[in-house]
Design a protein around this ligand. Sequence first.
Ligand code: C2E
Ligand code: MG
Ligand code: MG
Ligand code: MG
Length: 287
Amino acid sequence: ADVALYQAKAAGRGSYRFFEAETNLRMQVRHSLEHDLHRALDEGALELHYQPLVAVPDRQILGFEALLRWRHPERGMIMPQTFIPLAEAAGLIVPIGDWAIRTACAELASLPGRPKLSVNVSPLQLTARFPASVAAALKAAGLEPARLELEITETAMLRETEATLTVLHGLRNLGVGIAMDDFGTGFSSLSALKRFPFTRVKIDQVFVRNLGEVPESASLLRAIVELCKVLRMATTTEGIETEEQFAAVAASGSTEAQGYLFGRPMPIRQATLLLERDDLRPTGRKL
Ligand code: C2E
Ligand code: MG
Ligand code: MG
Ligand code: MG
């Protein structure tokens, strides 16, 4: 219906009007989504999918990253890159983020084999009350703090303020890990990493995508992993889709990997089955 309206408005008009119609429509969609998002939590329309994190090179499942999905009654599945920015702008990221941590801890605590759990966190969630809220979620689920890691994307929003550092140290004092997500896409340098109490760096997919395309990319990946080791931070390499990429990641010395090659984000029931079978090793070969 939106597309039809858009085409009707655009028909027979000059490019300026065309642009204006599109802008209005996008604003309408944005406002209506923002309106719907207010109710999504209460109506149980948000859910978490879980993507495996595997050991390199043996592919044993170490844990899962929880990724939000919004099952919209009319628009179908909406991905986080669409609604997380809306939630941040609408002041909804704190309740949604709290829900995600509570739910992920509860759902994961019941899985066999004590897998670890990663949950994404917006810099806007890093308020003074955040560590207490994380502690409450862990306690309610009966999950050991060391099994939880919080991922924060490097963005302009993550400022090195006294307040932010206090919150991050509060989380570390609980025993929770903190990862810098999507490393390499923002503007922070590896030396900037040292100023935050990160325990892990998640190397962005772009480095893996460049393997085989950009000649020096394998050396670059190796150098990042090496520097993280010097800074005593673990690494996870994201976005592995092929065996060739996996071989390059193994050669880089990174000890954890994530990507469609091992599994896409999946509902908790499927993640449970995967853990029970633990069949990510190629052709059932036990290593
Ligand atoms: P992220 O934390 O970097 O998560 C990894 C994203 O890469 C996920 O997209 C995942 O599905 C995708 N991915 C994983 N492996 C591959 C691969 O091999 N190839 C390709 N092409 N993609 C892969 P998703 O689920 O759409 O999430 C996008 C982003 O939304 C996340 O990036 C994260 O920044 C944000 N997000 C997701 N859940 C939450 C949440 O609960 N809270 C907050 N604040 N942000 C969230
Ligand atoms: Mg993440
Ligand atoms: Mg990432
Ligand atoms: Mg990302």
